[in-house]
Design a protein around this ligand. Structure first.
Ligand code: NOJ
Length: 441
């Protein structure tokens, strides 16, 4: 760890998602996926962190971390439990949760779609049927009418590239579809839903003169693909195009790129985000193989690099590289909408956070307007098919007793938020304490 300083207007916070923390909802696609036995450790999202009943307690934790902003998602299946009928209770719950953040000076960034959907939407064929996209837009309009006065900053979709690949192309996530053609059609629907959502949010907030500057974006999962060989570089470019560019150019510019079916949607080329959202975690080394299907599955690590508990390479330079690449192209403000590490024993998290922030500080110094950083995540939670066995949290959580236990890096994070950086004095103190703690174990 070394000292660093971020600008005074830089916002730092944490990120969470409804199904991963709330518990208690049997009406969403992930609950069903758990019931069907697709989770590696056989756990379920039915309890998770019981956050639905512990909003106040968890907001106290956010306060103690001194976060300036918090990213959360709304659960569509709670808000619209059956098609066309909305739950006053659910929307009231979210209104109160958001009000509590605001009361504590924590700026909300709200995600409308974070992987989970109502079961009724899935039963109708979800994104496979072009006609269904309007149901998502109805939900969006309802939510923005109800909450748009409190929330100026929105994310339409979280990691649509991961969602489409795992859900519709390789069938690892709900709805478990394995069909490349369907996967490409679904991508067009999601791009379309994003663009229409962008317009709806702006329109409602402007018509109703809701306060604050409207900021709408999407959180795209962006990896670095590198290679050490010439043929491998070709694969890296192909992976980048398929995994990133189809969505990025679609959502940001309204371009439907080959091989997406262009007939599906006509949209005026334009700018359909107000900031560029990046979820950055890791890098993959790719190599050429004769079977192109393996190009996108056999992602290898770099033996030289330290890894997270999930085996992901720790490559902090990557955050600088992606910020530079997309700022050079779009000249938009950048929010790091997620960055984090699964590290049960909290050995690598302190350096992980600091080193990524140091690269962000470098980007800012070079004139790249990175404006926010969201650490994934507040507390260990339900990590999709990994279940309860990934540990990204600043807090550990005992899923039985629901006790939240602070990891040491939470103190580091709180200091960073409070001071927008790290000082040498803090680092010395922190290291001395860590060594003392290790010696007493
Ligand atoms: C990205 C996803 O948005 C989030 O839901 C997930 O838990 C983290 N990455 C960690 O894998």
């Amino acid at each position: 760890m070394v000292e660093f300083k971020l600008p005074d207007n830089f916002l730092i916070g944490t990120a969470t998602a409804s199904v991963q923390i709330e518990g208690g909802d049997t009406n969403n696609t992930w609950y069903k996926w758990c019931e069907e036995g697709h989770i590696k450790d056989a756990s379920s999202c039915i309890i998770a962190n019981d956050h639905w009943n512990r909003v106040e307690q968890d907001t106290e934790i956010l306060k103690s971390l001194h976060v300036h902003t918090h990213r959360m998602s709304l659960e569509w299946s709670r808000i619209e439990p059956s098609k066309g009928s909305y739950s006053k209770e659910a929307i009231e719950h979210y209104r109160n949760e958001i009000k509590l953040l605001l009361k504590n000076n924590i700026k909300p960034l709200v995600t409308l779609h974070h992987f989970s959907e109502p079961l009724w939407f899935q039963e109708l064929g979800a994104w496979k049927k072009a006609g269904n996209t309007k149901f998502f837009l109805d939900y969006v309009s309802y939510v923005v009418e109800e909450l748009g006065e409190l929330v100026s900053d929105w994310l339409t979709f979280n990691e649509p590239n991961v969602f489409a690949k795992l859900g519709y192309i390789i069938g690892m996530w709900p709805p478990g579809e394995r069909n490349l053609r369907v996967g490409f059609r679904v991508q067009v629907e999601i791009i379309k839903a994003h663009i229409e959502t962008y317009k709806i949010i702006h329109k409602i907030r402007e018509n109703k003169k809701f306060p604050g500057k409207t900021m709408v974006g999407a959180a795209i999962h962006i990896r670095i693909f590198d290679s050490t060989t010439r043929l491998g570089n070709m694969v890296a470019r192909a992976a980048d195009y398929i995994f990133h560019e189809l969505f990025i150019q679609g959502m940001t510019e309204g371009k439907i790129l080959f091989p997406l079916p262009s007939g599906g949607y006509k949209c005026k080329p334009g700018r359909y985000v107000d900031f560029f959202g990046i979820n950055y975690y890791t890098r993959n080394i790719v190599e050429f193989t004769l079977n192109p299907l393996n190009w996108f599955h056999n992602l290898i690590g770099d033996n030289e690099l330290d890894k997270s508990d999930l085996g992901w390479d720790i490559y902090p330079q990557g955050v600088y590289r992606v910020c530079k690449k997309y700022y050079d192209r779009y000249k938009l403000p950048i929010y790091i909408t997620e960055n984090g590490i699964s590290d049960k024993f909290d050995n690598r998290r302190p350096d992980y956070i600091c080193n990524h922030l140091i690269y962000i500080a470098r980007a800012i110094k070079e004139g790249i307007p990175v404006e926010r950083y969201y650490y994934w995540t507040l507390m260990d939670n339900f990590e999709w098919t990994e279940g309860e066995t990934a540990n990204f949290g600043l807090y550990d959580c005992d899923f039985q007793s629901q006790e939240r236990k602070k990891r040491k890096s939470a103190d580091l994070f709180a200091f960073i938020c409070k001071n927008r950086g790290l000082t040498e004095a803090f680092i010395n103190d922190y290291n001395t304490q860590s060594t003392a703690e290790k010696n007493t174990v």
